[in-house]
Design a protein around this ligand. Structure first.
Ligand code: ASP
Length: 331
């Protein structure tokens, strides 16, 4: 049998899974999400095509997603029940299993950069809350007023969720939205989900994975989801694959979804698509969890799987055209 062509580099990105279905998004929203995903995938792929590392490609692509109010990460993140933004992110290098993560940031513009800085600058893997923010500041990472993250759409979604839960609505923390709310108004409420993630393969043959999120709307008590947890929402090993997840974090944590997929590839030598399907369509669905994953193996196999109506996603590889999809019935 002829050997499969191994692309020199590849990248897969997601912007969250959930109630993403034809008819639920307007044509403007559909076009805005497709445009954003293609810009991000191209920006990441340019880094890889120029010989940059998978880690650099991931940070570049996720910073763009964090700045885009369409996605629940960085600007445009969802609110906690107290009306705050608490941002989580993680990144992992499959070459040497180096990993960094942050949870509960509220003034660092790019949580993914803070997560990456944890690797070299802290001697730890996961930093949380005020300590994480102090660390990010000490590393010179850009700080912003919490109002920077505010979007009207996410605030309304908090009000709806709190009313449904019968919880009090906190006072609106910020003034009227800024002029560029135009784009933020296109943000689609995916229901409970929406997170961003990127997996990449570089020309040196290394894979890496990164994930960034505002978590879940109306989260309480310092809740932390799967996104900043290495093994749950993010994992990468050159011996297996790189994985980034989105969905109901509580289920992803309990299954160790990202590491579980990696282990199926590493120990069972399972094909990547079979591995992601087994965990998402099999284990996650059986446990009652909703969401999706993207994955990439060092031999260039790319895969995604989700059990929601849709997932914002894109893939591109050397020699292969960019593919951007939103709905279940697309590639
Ligand atoms: N997995 C994220 C969390 O639980 C949310 C999401 O992906 O929508 O925090």
């Amino acid at each position: 049998m002829a050997e499969r062509y191994r692309p020199k580099w590849a990248l897969v990105a997601h912007g969250g899974a959930g109630a993403v279905a034809r008819g639920l998004l307007s044509s403007e929203q559909d076009a805005a999400y497709r445009g954003a995903l293609s810009t991000v995938a191209r920006a990441g792929s340019e880094v890889l095509a120029a010989g940059g590392s998978a880690m650099d490609a991931i940070e570049t692509a996720i910073c763009l997603l964090e700045d885009d109010p369409l996605f629940n990460a960085g600007r445009g993140a969802v609110f906690t029940a107290q009306g705050r933004v608490e941002l989580d992110a993680s990144i992992m290098d499959g070459a040497d299993l180096a990993a960094g993560a942050v949870a509960g940031l509220s003034t660092t513009r790019h949580p993914i950069s803070a997560a990456r800085a944890v690797i070299d600058g802290s001697g730890h893997v996961l930093l949380g809350g005020e300590g994480a923010e102090a660390f990010a500041r000490s590393r010179g990472l850009e700080q912003v007023d919490p109002s920077y993250f505010f979007t009207e759409e996410r605030w309304r979604s908090l009000e709806r969720t709190l009313s449904k839960l019968g919880l009090p609505i906190p006072p609106r923390p910020f003034g009227p939205p800024e002029a560029d709310e135009g784009r933020a108004a296109l943000a689609h409420d995916e229901g409970k989900h929406g997170t961003v993630g990127v997996v990449a393969l570089d020309q040196a043959g290394h894979v890496a994975a990164g994930t960034s999120t505002g978590g879940t709307t109306a989260k309480r008590w310092g809740r932390v989801g799967d996104s900043p947890l290495i093994g749950a929402g993010t994992y990468a090993s050159d011996r297996g694959c790189a994985v980034s997840c989105t969905g109901e974090g509580e289920y992803f944590i309990r299954l160790g979804v990202a590491q579980r997929i990696c282990a199926l590839v590493e120990y069972k030598r399972m094909g990547l698509q079979a591995a992601v399907d087994q965990v998402v369509q099999g284990d996650l669905t059986a446990l009652g969890g909703e969401g999706g994953v993207i994955a990439l193996a060092p031999d260039g196999q790319m895969a995604w799987s989700f059990n929601t109506k849709g997932m914002y996603r894109a893939r591109i590889a050397e020699g292969e055209p960019l593919l951007v999809s939103l709905y279940r019935d697309e590639g």
